[in-house]
Design a binder for this molecule. Structure first.
Ligand code: F6R
Length: 261
């Protein structure tokens, strides 16, 4: 796990956008894993800017999103499908028929979860996964106590998640209490993953996920087992890390990071 700390949220998002376009440029038919959430909005804005400047072509890429609320139509403005159309898919040249978001309106939710996991595998697996982190340490909607060996499944959202996300709905009651999410193992199976966290409100959970023990009550801590995981933070989200000097040493001295210094 590489921990990269940038001075502010803008610089952290810029790095994540550059890592994403570098991955697409290295493999145009890349299978992307995508996240929604407020933290990602600025990353998508930057990717769109880079696309408009001719720095990246998504025409051969495909994508799988982490999660979707159960009970929302893809056309519902609060669905994650609508979020992705708005922030990324409608603004770049990705073929929308190759973008995948779990179907929150599926009649048979279990069958939908299996279909989604199978589709990821049939694509050859996710090459490059973007992640945010919830206040309770969730990745995707893998709420506390989700098994580290879970595949795509339906999850009940916990109080902390509901409290944070219901503010985004016109009326808090409208927020679904369940979601379909890639499992922790689905995420661990991705070839490379980049988690972005910004702001002081994420400092405590980031310290637990990165430097704390691995435990199901903080599912992001499972990323310690991921073979190729990069955690990008701003100063505020990195505030509680104890081995900060070491992370900076790696960033300043390894060849991998030379072009970003
Ligand atoms: C979104 C997702 C979530 C968010 C997390 C952080 O698809 O899977 O895990 O990444 O809840 O959300 P923000 O960025 O709004 O703090």
């Amino acid at each position: 796990m590489d921990i990269i700390i940038r001075k502010d949220a803008d610089a952290a998002a810029d790095l994540v956008a550059k890592l994403t376009i570098n991955a697409v440029n290295a493999k145009p038919a890349l299978t992307l894993g995508l996240a929604t959430g407020r933290t990602m909005e600025i990353v998508y804005d930057k990717i769109v800017e880079m696309h408009k400047a001719g720095k990246v072509d998504f025409s051969k890429a495909s994508s799988f999103n982490l999660d979707e609320y159960i009970g929302l139509e893809p056309t519902d403005e609060n669905s994650y499908r609508a979020y992705m159309n708005k922030f990324l898919f409608d603004r770049v040249n990705i073929d929308k028929s190759k973008t995948n978001v779990p179907l929150g309106m599926a009649k048979d939710v279990q069958a939908e979860c299996k279909r989604y996991e199978d589709a990821i595998n049939a694509s050859g697996g996710i090459d490059f996964q973007l992640l945010g982190i919830g206040m309770n340490g969730h990745i995707g909607f893998n709420e506390p106590m989700s098994s580290f060996s879970s595949l795509t499944s339906a999850k009940l959202l916990n109080e902390a998640t509901i409290k944070v996300n219901e503010k985004l709905f016109p009326n808090p009651e409208m927020m679904p209490r369940k979601a379909i999410t890639m499992g922790v193992k689905t995420i661990l199976n991705t070839k490379k993953t980049v988690l972005l966290a910004t702001g002081e409100s994420k400092a405590e959970i980031i310290a637990q996920a990165v430097e704390g023990p691995m435990r199901a009550s903080c599912t992001a801590s499972a990323l310690q087992m991921h073979p190729d995981c990069i955690v990008v933070l701003d100063e505020a989200a990195a505030k509680n890390l104890k081995m900060r000097d070491y992370y900076d040493f790696i960033f300043n001295n390894s060849n991998e990071w030379a072009e970003f210094r």
